[in-house]
Design a protein around this ligand. Structure first.
Ligand SMILES: Cc1cc2nc3c(=O)[nH]c(=O)nc-3n(C[C@H](O)[C@H](O)[C@H](O)COP(=O)(O)OP(=O)(O)OC[C@H]3O[C@@H](n4cnc5c(N)ncnc54)[C@H](O)[C@@H]3O)c2cc1C
Length: 459
């Protein structure tokens, strides 16, 4: 009769990371009768990659503590989780995936397919870094539990650790290895740390603080590795400004220089990729191929402000895409907002940082450097907020370093989402009590500065 029987719907998900695991749960909630299968090549069910640095440091006692949804949980939810099983090929004409487990190759049919294959660390061209296709002994990346276990078991008190890359992951790891009592050096090719997250003036505050605990060399590029009996002993670095080369004694090297999307399957299945190799998706997580969705670190989607395509790279976004793809793949209808704000946060050496939206250099900025409590109340902590607005006063971005940076940035994220302008937002009535917050919070005071700049322009 042309009626779709929901018990016949077969939803297959490739990858049980933040995106895939979430998609499975929302597919199950949307269609209680569908068959939902997740195929995962690794041996772990859904776990938090974001927690890995904190197991290395010892704040979280065990790697197993990072497992968010166990095999039993998936069983109870009637989601078929196939671990240590790899999807080798997607055949979109037959609507099957070809799957390998051990020596067996099997076919799994699908009505809806979700590609959630994530990304792998990208390795810069450093001479002698590999033997054959493997990194030489003592050199690591950090993406999976197994990577973190390898780093953990090689991190010896008093040894020299070098981290290439001063982004969020590189600096989180720097703190972990410092807590393991290693002598840590971070090498960054760009002139400032956290270049994708904070403006130079904001990241300088973090840099000055971190420098009290670990060595950081910005504007230096790693060129080659020296090893002895197959194990790393030195990493050579070149000063970008002077060209001078020197070396750092290194027992353990971690490369944290960004990601490459895992999109070979999607490409082979004719899903449209962009010039950087990411899968192009719309706000329902649909790819260019019918009934094939894609989510998470293997995809690019629009930035909320510029509407330009940006790589995803955040667990918070992979989860939101997972909700959308899971519901849509199960016959529901869930549209994401028109782009991602890329709200993000982290903490290193006691310094909380957070950022949201645009920091385009043509925007007008207001920066306020204050305390989290009234000056007379003991225990107030520094908070520095920088807000970005366009010439019409519309709030488009913000960065924060210090006390409750993330919560303050979340408030500004709401302002951006709601299209608020400086004049409205600076009148925001924030809660006040001496032990909790000052009468006027740094988030509105930073906007007062933009307001004054705009008024001056109008004169
Ligand atoms: C150390 C670290 C700290 C981080 N901290 C934060 C943070 O604080 N906040 C934040 O928002 N984000 C953070 N992230 C980023 C976040 O972890 C990722 O954005 C998120 O994991 C992406 O989810 P995903 O599902 O797209 O990919 P993944 O979680 O990588 O999952 C992809 C899965 O697909 C599997 N797979 C790939 N190919 C196949 C195949 N052919 N067959 C079967 N399975 C396959 C992989 O084994 C993998 O398990 C951090 C990442 C790391 C590494």
């Amino acid at each position: 009769m042309g009626v779709y029987l929901s018990q016949e719907r077969k939803i297959v998900i490739i990858g049980c990371g933040a995106g895939g695991g979430t998609a499975a749960q929302f597919a199950r909630k949307t269609d209680r009768k569908a068959s939902v299968i997740i195929i995962e090549k690794d041996r772990y069910p859904q776990y938090s990659k974001c927690g890995l640095p904190y197991v290395i440091s010892g704040i979280i006692p065990n790697f197993n503590d990072l497992i968010e949804f166990s095999e039993d949980w998936f069983k109870t939810a009637k989601i078929d989780l196939l671990l240590e099983t790899t999807v080798e090929k997607i055949d979109t004409s037959k609507k099957i995936v070809i799957v390998k487990k051990g020596g067996n190759v099997i076919e799994k049919p699908y009505d809806s397919l979700i590609i959630a294959t994530g990304a792998k660390p990208s390795i810069p061209p450093i001479n002698n870094i590999k033997k054959g296709s493997n990194l030489i002994k003592g050199i690591f990346v950090l993406r999976t539990i197994n990577d973190a276990k390898d780093i953990s078991s090689s991190a010896k008190k008093g040894d020299n650790a070098t981290i290439i890359g001063a982004g969020l992951i590189g600096l989180e790891l720097a703190e972990s290895l410092y807590k393991k009592k290693m002598k840590v050096t971070v090498v960054e090719a760009l002139p400032s740390i956290l270049a994708n997250t904070l403006d130079k003036d904001m990241s300088k505050i973090v840099y000055d603080e971190i420098l009290k605990q670990v060595n950081i060399l910005t504007d230096h590029i790693a060129t080659r590795i020296e090893s002895n009996s197959g194990k790393i002993t030195k990493v050579f670095i070149k000063d970008n400004k002077t060209g001078e080369e020197k070396y750092i004694l290194t027992d353990l090297l971690v490369i944290a220089t960004g990601l490459k999307p895992e999109t070979a399957l999607a490409k082979d299945a004719d899903c449209k990729l962009n010039e950087n190799g990411y899968i192009i998706v719309n706000n329902k997580c649909e790819t260019s191929v019918k009934d094939v969705f894609a989510i998470g670190d293997c995809t690019e989607f629009k930035d909320f402000i510029t509407k330009k395509s940006v790589p995803i790279g955040l667990g918070s976004i992979a989860v939101r895409q997972g909700i959308s793809a899971g519901i849509n793949a199960a016959g529901g209808n869930y549209t994401l907002l028109d782009g991602f704000l890329q709200t993000c946060t982290s903490e290193f050496f006691g310094m909380e940082i957070a950022a949201v939206g645009s920091s385009d250099e043509n925007l007008i900025t207001g920066k306020f450097n204050g305390l989290s409590l009234p000056h007379y109340f003991p225990g107030g902590k520094p908070i520095i907020i920088k807000v970005f607005a366009n010439k019409d006063g519309k709030i488009l971005g913000a960065q924060a370093v210090g006390d409750n940076a993330a919560q303050r940035i979340n408030t500004l994220a709401a302002a951006i989402l709601g299209g608020l302008d400086i004049e409205t937002f600076r009148r925001l009535e924030t809660a006040y009590a001496p032990p909790i917050a000052p009468t006027l919070d740094a988030i509105t005071l930073a906007c007062d500065i933009i307001s004054a700049k705009l008024r001056k322009r109008q004169k």
